[in-house]
Design a protein around this ligand. Structure first.
Ligand SMILES: [Zn+2]
Length: 198
């Protein structure tokens, strides 16, 4: 029998791993592992929890508190204006790397309200004509990315928040800066703009 070797890798290894099915089940397993390990004890009474036998949930045998999978909804929005797209540089990105505006939904907020708030907070713009595109689970951060397209008047002044976003600008087709590849919904949406599909 051939020797089987195991090695530890950073979870980000799966972002570029060529066997996509293996990468996918591995990052989903990573999300599940985080969820189980963060819910070993009941947040309400402190007792040890168990897995609920009939559905994907964790339950407290003492007070019956049930914890469903934690998936954090986050919007991601491609803002366009007159054949230009707004791309932003996040302080956590590599140099010269730009992407779309994104952020977590808050309690009590609709996803459309999250789009309006996040864009205003991060780059100071008002958006309109918000349209749903599609969603993508993103197990690396335990998120559900919910993609939207929106429009903005490019005469507005861009005001980066200088916390998350350090710069942002309008870009023309054919002149886009470095941006995420299309395995992520951000990359896919930027590609759609580039190919004039939006
Ligand atoms: Zn409990």
């Amino acid at each position: 029998m051939p020797a089987c070797e195991y090695v530890y890798k950073e979870i980000s290894f799966f972002r570029t791993f060529k066997q996509k099915e293996i990468a996918w089940i591995s990052i989903v397993a990573y999300h599940l592992m985080n969820w189980y390990s963060q819910n070993k004890y009941c947040g309400k009474c402190g007792s040890k929890t168990i897995e609920k036998p009939d559905e994907r949930a964790i339950i407290c045998p003492d007070c019956n508190t049930t914890v469903f999978p934690k998936i954090s909804p986050a919007i991601i929005v491609a803002i366009v204006s007159n054949n230009k797209i707004l791309l932003a540089h996040n302080s956590s990105f590599k140099e010269n790397w730009f992407s779309l505006i994104a952020g977590y939904a808050d309690i009590g907020e609709s996803l459309e309200e999250t789009v309006i708030r996040e864009v205003k907070e991060e780059v100071g713009l008002d958006v309109k004509n918000i349209r749903y595109y599609k969603s993508q689970p993103w197990p690396f951060s335990g998120s559900m990315m919910i993609g939207f397209f929106a429009e903005a008047d490019e005469r507005q002044t861009i005001v980066p928040d200088n916390k998350e976003i350090t710069s942002a600008a309008w870009f023309n087709r054919g002149e886009l800066p470095n941006h995420p590849p299309d395995i992520s919904i951000a990359g896919e949406m930027i590609d759609k703009f580039e190919k004039k599909e939006i």
